[in-house]
Design a protein around this ligand. Structure first.
Ligand SMILES: Cc1cc2nc3c(=O)[nH]c(=O)nc-3n(C[C@H](O)[C@H](O)[C@H](O)COP(=O)(O)O)c2cc1C
Length: 464
């Protein structure tokens, strides 16, 4: 049998495609196998052995880093044969801590030196000065995650550490502060964990997933003429054969710009893996001297279509739907915060009729320029994915109106949705919006009502 050149070309192309698909399937299986292994490892963490109390490994995390390090810490102790219990500070009762002999705390800091939302219940219950807790029997270590560019560097870690000492706990070693994932500080933590385990040869852990070369596949300026800074819809194509192009609504990415290669910048993901590309909504920052922000300038101005962007995915457990997947959702945000809310709406649309109702409250400056993804929002309203939409444009009215003002006007509706089991997801600016929304929620639901929502995991925040 003789084959023409064309036939041979087709056969060769088929072989290449099949090999590529095989490679993708292989890397995907590898990824799933790693995930499954990690899940099995958590399940296998040794329960308390009679007579040997477990080391408590406690975490308070907003975007997942502390939780991830806590998991690795617990796994390392477990491998060294130490009974260990891994748990979020929010699940810990004061009495359990009083009865504990050894605990390792891994905590981050949010807001302005505050505890992450996941630790709010612990702060209220256990760190309450009116009910001082005696911790004389406790030996503990604290890993404080933070970022030195904030005024209150590792604020919650420091407060927690001071409180533990005040309550009589003995430090196993000096608190370790970590500035933006500093590897030296994390190595120090690994050594201290090895000492707690009574061994000098715990294998080093891989603390961070590597950055990968994604490609800039599309970029659109969404708001020409706006009074606000330029905002861009950006699409990134995954690296070929990537094993990690898998994320959930609510997750984040970290981007490394060549102008500042040690300090990754975080952005909320605005799409789902099913979209085939990772979407970001990025505001181009401009400093007073006219220069562009390092990462936003890189993403929105200095790169061309097809260029590589060093990026890694960050699971953001606190902002995923998780156990709220079937609840009604109130999605509240402003500016580029629409990114995280858009991913949730896409997930709702994909889940179809079985998902609950959703209400979007979104604020920007001018309807004529800043109505991002308006067609999609209208389509979701038509199809019933969204039951209600309130768009608030602060510069379109003589008096400035923001999402928090809208929530105040809609107090009855807000209470009814919360009474109906709704979960609230807030995404956008920390300055102004997040505190304004919190104040409006306290006015509508009372401080206790808000605390209950946080404890039940029904108030989730991705604010920056
Ligand atoms: C909105 C926001 C506020 C933050 N506030 C502080 C702060 O006041 N002090 C600090 O040291 N770090 C602050 N950080 C940095 C985080 O603590 C740091 O990124 C940490 O590694 C996050 O850990 P996690 O993923 O476990 O929450 C803040 C981060 C964000 C996004």
């Amino acid at each position: 049998m003789t084959w023409s050149v064309d036939t041979l070309r087709h056969v060769a192309a088929g072989v290449v495609v099949l090999s590529y698909l095989g490679l993708c399937a292989g890397t995907w299986r590898l990824h799933r196998a790693r995930q499954a292994k990690a899940e099995r490892a958590v399940a296998a963490l040794a329960p308390a052995v009679a007579g040997t109390p477990p080391v408590l490994v406690l975490h308070a995390s907003q975007t997942g880093t502390a939780e991830q390090i806590a998991l690795q810490t617990a796994q390392a102790l477990h491998r060294a044969g130490v009974p260990v219990r891994l748990c979020s500070l929010s699940q810990l009762q004061p009495d359990e801590l009083r009865a504990t002999e050894r605990a390792l705390f891994i905590v981050s800091t949010y807001g302005e030196g505050d505890a992450p939302d996941a630790a709010a219940a612990f702060v209220r219950r256990a760190m309450n000065p009116n009910r001082p807790l005696a911790l004389d029997g406790l030996h503990c270590g604290v890993l404080a995650l933070g970022d030195r560019s904030y005024q209150h560097f590792c604020g919650f870690g420091r407060t927690l550490d001071a409180w533990l000492q005040q309550r009589g706990a003995q430090a196993l070693f000096d608190r370790i502060d970590v500035d933006q994932g500093d590897s030296g500080a994390l190595l120090k933590w690994q050594h201290e964990v090895a000492r707690v385990a009574g061994t000098s040869d715990l294998p080093d852990w891989q603390l961070a997933t590597p950055f990968e070369p994604w490609r800039l596949a599309a970029r659109h300026h969404l708001n020409p003429g706006s009074l606000g800074g330029p905002c861009f819809h950006i699409e990134l194509a995954p690296p070929i054969g990537s094993a990690v192009a898998d994320w959930k609504a609510g997750d984040l990415v970290q981007v490394l710009a060549p102008g500042d290669p040690h300090k990754p910048r975080e952005y909320s993901i605005a799409s789902l893996p099913a979209d085939g590309r990772l979407h970001l909504l990025v505001r181009q920052e401009r400093h007073t001297d006219g220069t562009l922000g390092v990462a936003s300038g890189w993403l929105t101005d200095q790169t061309q279509l097809g260029d590589e962007i060093a990026l890694r995915l960050r699971a953001h457990g606190n902002f995923r739907l998780g156990e709220n997947a079937q609840r009604p959702l109130i999605l509240i945000g402003n500016g580029t915060g629409l990114a995280g809310l858009r991913a949730h709406l896409k997930a709702r649309a994909a889940a179809g009729a079985k998902a609950g109702a959703a209400w979007l409250v979104f604020g920007e400056r001018q309807a004529a320029h800043d109505a991002y993804y308006r067609d999609e929002i209208d389509a979701w309203l038509c199809s019933g994915v969204l039951e209600r939409v309130d768009l608030v444009y602060s510069r379109d009215t003589p008096e400035r109106r923001y999402v928090q003002d809208l929530l105040r006007e809609q107090t009855d509706r807000l209470r009814a949705w919360v009474a109906g089991g709704a979960a609230l997801y807030v995404c956008g600016s920390l300055a102004g919006m997040a505190s304004g929304v919190e104040a409006a929620l306290i006015d509508a639901l009372g401080q206790d009502g808000l605390d209950r929502l946080i404890e039940q995991g029904r108030l989730r925040r991705d604010v920056y």
